[in-house]
Design a protein around this ligand. Sequence first.
Ligand code: GLN
Length: 222
Amino acid sequence: MERRAAGEPIAYLTGNCEFYGLEFRVTPAVLIPRPETELLVDLALERLPVEGRARVLDLGTGSGCIAVSLGRQRPRMEVWAADAVPAALEVARDNALRLGATVRFVRSDWLADLAGERFDLILSNPPYVAAGDPHLSRGDLRFEPASALVAGEDGLNDIRRIVAAAPAHLAPGGWLLFEHGYDQAQRCRALLTAAGFGQVTSWRDLAGIERVSGGCMLETQS
Ligand code: GLN
């Protein structure tokens, strides 16, 4: 109770957090899964075959909540999950094992350590908060890893890297989908369009906020 009174998030005190109907283990090495991120899982599932084979990559997997939820929904799919932080990969591996999802984990700085690998879908909930955003000194965010939250002066440093690198790692017709901040949708769509993505779209979360953007590689491009 003392720790809670000092602001420590419930999820770090209990070590658990529910996401997509599953109970995930969380530690202060990973971001606490957010309900709005379930939109990213729904959008990915809409683009993946129910039966056929597909290769999917979750970038910056953290607790593994996105990759494990996808793996549980589509057991025959090849799900990869990458993170730059070994302590996060440990938590994600444990979640995959306990929740019975087959996920291939790799340590990678975004796509830099995945040379030559191509996927039908790449998705990510990257850090997207601007350095100096006042929210960082309020509520749960004070206790979460800065490396999972903050991405440069405008919050778009990591999204820029992911959008620029993704085309070389997508199969023809493959999709890139990522979560972003409440006021970043327009800039994210511009980045996707500039990188040559087609069908560039943003989707609203349950609060009505444009929360996920994405696009697909045209058949002739990749
Ligand atoms: N949605 C989180 C927040 O605003 C940020 C998570 C992230 O940067 N990916 O608290």
